[in-house]
Design a protein. Structure first.
Length: 244
């Protein structure tokens, strides 16, 4: 039954990491930065993948600490470990569900088409103002120079720091449950975390770049905490009832 539980942890962990990566805060900044910096799609995808790797690495480092502490005390905990791990997952899961019920399950982040409409509206208003000003005063309007984009190095470092310094907290409970499987479990979970995170971020960045940015992902963003909480509770109950 242990192998079945590990497989369930791996599959559910992949879903949580991928779902988390689909939230707009994990790919929209790259699309917007690419527009400002005039990056081509290849460069944008490369930067997104690097940031996703940093995001996964920061989470894995925390998972490393959890696994190290868990293996150090595994002999002391003994047969109580499944109950502690399952209970921890339930606590984390209920926390996310409660946060959703309290209306804190998401943070609104504008979508690409919203920025496009706002920019077009501003441009039209600015053009109309210039036209009126020119006819009203009989002379051409002097345009203020448009600020040049920041350096690519600064833009890339900002994006990398943005995600690297904000690990995927929703995946940490899986490291807690994976302690029972030692360093093999840690390696499997880290691989799953890395693949799911980078794949999700690259996928949604690519879809936006090729013109599918108007796909409504509001439900993913709005109910992130609820979905993650239910998944964690499900795995926690599985460990409590079937892991021995």
């Amino acid at each position: 039954m242990s192998q079945a539980v590990l497989a369930t942890l791996a599959i559910t962990g992949f879903g949580v990491a991928f779902f988390h990566a689909a939230i707009p805060t994990h790919w929209l900044p790259f699309v917007l930065t690419a527009r400002v910096q005039r990056w081509n799609p290849s460069k944008t995808i490369l930067v997104t993948a690097l940031a996703g790797s940093g995001h996964a690495t920061a989470t894995a480092l925390l998972g490393l600490c959890i696994t190290w502490l868990g293996t150090a005390f595994s002999d002391t905990i003994g047969n109580w470990f499944p109950r502690l791990a399952g209970g921890a997952l339930l606590v984390f899961g209920l926390y996310y569900v409660l946060r959703q019920l309290r209306g804190r399950g998401h943070v609104h982040f504008p979508y690409p088409h919203e920025h496009l409409h706002e920019r077009e509206s501003d441009e039209h208003e600015h053009h109309d103002h210039d036209h009126t000003h020119s006819h009203g005063h009989g002379h051409d309007h002097v345009h203020t120079p448009v600020p040049r984009p920041t350096s690519d190095r600064a833009a890339i470092l900002s994006l990398l720091a943005f995600l690297t310094l904000s690990p995927c907290e929703g995946f940490l409970p899986f490291y807690v449950s994976g302690i029972r499987y030692g360093w093999t479990g840690f390696a499997i979970l880290t691989l799953i975390l890395s693949v799911a995170t980078v794949l999700g971020m690259v996928l949604f960045t690519s879809l936006t770049l090729i013109g599918l940015g108007k796909i409504k992902l509001a439900l993913l963003e709005k109910y992130e905490s609820l979905v993650m909480g239910l998944l964690l509770c499900m795995v926690g109950l599985l460990i409590l009832f079937f892991e021995h």
